[in-house]
Ligand binder design. Sequence first.
Ligand SMILES: CC(C)(COP(=O)(O)OP(=O)(O)OC[C@H]1O[C@@H](n2cnc3c(N)ncnc32)[C@H](O)[C@@H]1OP(=O)(O)O)[C@@H](O)C(=O)NCCC(=O)NCCS
Length: 180
Amino acid sequence: MLRGSKVGLRARHEDDVPVLQAELYDDVVNTSRADGRPWRPVPPGVPGGKFVVDPTDQDNLPFSVVDLESGELVGAATLWGIDTHHRCAHVGLGLLPSARGKGYGTDVVAVLCHYGFVVRGLHRLQVETLPDNVGMLRSAERNGFVREGVLRSSAWVLGEFMDEVVLGLLADEWKQGARG
Ligand SMILES: CC(C)(COP(=O)(O)OP(=O)(O)OC[C@H]1O[C@@H](n2cnc3c(N)ncnc32)[C@H](O)[C@@H]1OP(=O)(O)O)[C@@H](O)C(=O)NCCC(=O)NCCS
């Protein structure tokens, strides 16, 4: 398990899947805002469901997020789009509603940075999020990510096009444990 100050990132367990599916995926508003793909009704556990792990997929690595003290599941995190030639990847996360706003998100980003830069030797990590997702923007910025640009009108979100903010962090800029 990877450890931060509040959260642990461990492998996805089979019994995490229905919880993540019910509390994250089946919240259509959350999924429409946080996932580039359209929401569709997916039975829990079927191959291709968002939280079901494909062990052959080396480019997208799903973690389950647990509270370090209690071991309780609090969300999901992914290092996705891992490109071993350009040594870059994207960071994604979603916390159960009851776990939001307590500092877990900032800590999850810190742990994913450690995994990406230290364990995997990546050079660059990237976050994309909607401009009004203050919690995600701050979780990234507190770990040193900088806003690099705006993809204008690039996301279809519940009936309207929205901009996406791109944030990046390079290995050289990242200081483990430093939070601004
Ligand atoms: C976005 C998300 C991961 C942030 O994690 P979190 O644990 O809630 O965030 P934190 O508690 O670490 O807060 C980080 C900062 O954002 C602020 N913040 C958090 N939620 C906020 C909100 N809803 N509105 C305004 N500010 C917020 C906190 O005050 C904190 O600010 P600080 O750094 O100045 O102290 C989490 O809320 C979540 O899972 N949301 C739903 C899914 C989602 O949006 N995923 C990201 C898709 S790109």
